[in-house]
Write a protein that binds this ligand. Structure first.
Ligand code: FAD
Length: 315
């Protein structure tokens, strides 16, 4: 396990180079579907992306009982029907420690070994002030500690290249990240960003603070620029002027928009590979099209069915 106090010899984001040719590793994030139609969309995306052999696939977790049930159902289905390694997102919202621990034990019984441990947002949504649940884990630092008490799980946590919106400064954020690592987190996945210089400056700050775990870029393909711009305002992600210009005038032209989105995302990821990065986490929005194209450009090829010679490797 990488610790906060032992320098990581791996360059770039410090992600492991793994056994694959080319050392490229991708992971995919999905959200639990709310309807039968959405379930079909999700499984079409899973089926399309699975042959790219992601290191893991993660499933987000929402507030409220029914949303949570959908996450459990999706994670269990991934375990039962695919050979993918699912990571279950978990938050501290509206649950006591005992309740969270019970969910974790149930996951363990079904074979889940990897969690993305998060504090979560207040029920009023991102941006509302967060009040810990009485008797619950107060933040991700405590949640990571709680998970490790139950078993030696693999634990990923969040990181914010442009600072968490509630955080007074970078130092507070990075100190929190360090505490998550001290408690056993071995990978951070970033909030999405579009300016790679911002990411790089953040990683420099993190390393200076003595945190050496992989800081895996969270990459969001832009299916809908207007929505992404709105969401960026809430999360604090900068939209560079050049990016807005690329989508200008395409509001009614879905086809061109999707070509531009693939080009923009591939540019971003290729630039990150030039900076030495090897691992990427894609926020898929349960859609495979753009992510598949970008992975192809990165050199990933679908594994051939059993019996054929080549497997999915980075070219
Ligand atoms: P933490 O790391 O615990 O803390 C976030 C911020 O809160 C800190 O940066 C700091 O500013 C402040 N803070 C917390 N504790 C303290 C303290 N003791 N002292 C001072 N400041 C403190 N949300 C979901 O609901 N479901 C998901 O599945 C989900 N998945 C996500 C996946 C990724 C990769 C990312 C980046 C985010 C995800 N989120 C998800 C959003 C996340 O829940 C929110 O950003 C939330 O506001 C913070 O959660 P966290 O785990 O980052 O919090």
């Amino acid at each position: 396990m990488a610790s906060a106090s032992s320098p990581d010899p791996v360059p770039g984001n410090g992600a492991h180079t793994g056994p694959r040719t080319g050392g490229m590793n991708v992971s995919f994030e999905f959200f639990p579907p709310k309807s039968e139609k959405m379930e079909e969309t999700l499984w079409a995306a899973v089926t399309r992306l699975a042959p790219l052999r992601p290191s893991f696939v993660s499933v987000t977790y929402g507030a409220g009982g029914s949303t949570r049930e959908r996450t459990h159902h999706t994670v269990k289905r991934l375990l039962g029907e695919t050979d993918l390694a699912p990571a279950a997102h978990l938050t501290c919202v509206d649950a006591t420690r005992e309740e969270v621990d019970a969910v974790v034990r149930e996951y363990r019984t079904t074979g889940v070994r990897h969690f993305v441990a998060l504090r979560g947002d207040s029920q009023t949504g991102a941006g509302g002030s967060y009040t810990p649940t009485p008797g619950g884990y107060r933040n991700a630092v405590e949640l990571v500690e709680g998970l490790k008490k139950i078993d030696d799980f693999e634990i990923s946590v969040s990181a914010y290249p442009e600072k968490h919106p509630e955080s007074p400064d970078f130092a507070t954020d990075i100190d929190l990240l360090k505490r998550k690592v001290d408690n056993g987190a071995t990978r951070a996945i970033t909030q999405f960003f579009f300016d790679n210089d911002i990411y790089e400056r953040f990683v420099e700050r993190v390393r200076k603070a003595g945190v050496y775990i992989p800081i895996v870029p969270g990459i969001v393909p832009i299916h809908d620029f207007t929505k992404v711009a709105r969401f960026s305002a809430a999360t604090g992600a900068t939209i560079p002027a050049w990016l807005a210009a690329r989508f200008e005038g395409l509001e009614e032209d879905a086809q061109t928009r999707s070509h531009v989105a693939a080009a923009v995302c591939a540019e971003q990821v290729l630039d990150l590979t030039k900076r030495g990065l090897t691992d990427f986490h894609f926020y898929t929005m349960n859609r495979a099209d753009l992510v598949y194209s970008i992975c192809h450009i990165l050199g990933l090829r679908a594994a051939k069915p059993a019996g054929e010679a080549t497997s999915a490797v980075a070219a």
